[in-house]
Design a protein around this ligand. Structure first.
Ligand code: HEM
Length: 174
């Protein structure tokens, strides 16, 4: 997985919970306490999953809590700094989410063998969207945490329900 995800996790843990908790998480995941991640490097998926589990255990939080914190931080702090171009032209949570399939195909374009998540869209009515998550990684809670982060970014009250491992219903209020 792209190092951006891990760098964002690190920034989140360090800024909200302190350097020691981040170093303890790296250590628990079997990595050096001084490991440094850059956005474009590729990090082995298993290492990322292990690091996520270590963060949950060091901070004593559930994976749903960690996923929500990640989604919030990615959407509202990290991505606006390094991926600001993707926010341009989307004026609502709906418009932003509809761009996400193309953005993920695009952002990993230049990386050989990259397998970014892809998304499907099915409208039940003009306010209700079923968004399908297509990824071999099965990070459904992170998918949902990120959708919540989109709602916060656009200051919209989204009604989000998990319909299954790969399907989420989103009711937009505007
Ligand atoms: C500016 C906005 C965003 C950018 C630039 C972005 C970019 C990326 C990148 C580069 C990755 C790593 C992909 C890989 O290495 O294969 C990733 C992973 C992921 N993204 Fe996004 N993303 C954004 C917003 C979102 C949103 C809003 C969602 C949910 C609707 C989402 C869902 C995910 C998930 C679930 C993963 C984890 C990898 C997986 O499940 O396979 N992202 N994203």
């Amino acid at each position: 997985m792209k190092g951006a995800i891990v760098q964002c996790l690190g920034d989140l843990v360090k800024s909200r919970f302190g350097n020691k908790n981040w170093e303890d998480s790296l250590d628990k995941a079997g990595m050096s306490r001084t490991t440094f991640f850059t956005p474009i490097q590729n990090v082995d998926d298993q290492k990322v999953i292990k690091l996520l589990q270590s963060i949950c255990s060091v901070l004593r939080i559930s994976s749903v809590q960690a996923s929500e914190a990640f989604g919030d931080y990615w959407m509202n702090v990290y991505a606006p700094k390094i991926y600001d171009g993707y926010y341009r032209g989307a004026n609502s949570a709906k418009e932003f989410l509809l761009k996400m399939d193309g953005v993920h195909a695009n952002v990993t374009d230049s990386i050989p063998f990259a397998r970014p998540p892809r998304f499907g869209y099915e409208w039940l009515n003009d306010r209700t969207l079923i968004m399908t998550y297509k990824s071999h990684r099965g990070l459904t809670d992170i998918f949902i945490g990120l959708i919540k982060g989109v709602g916060k970014y656009y200051n919209e009250d989204l009604r989000i329900s998990k319909l299954g491992k790969d399907r989420v219903q989103i009711v937009f209020t505007r």
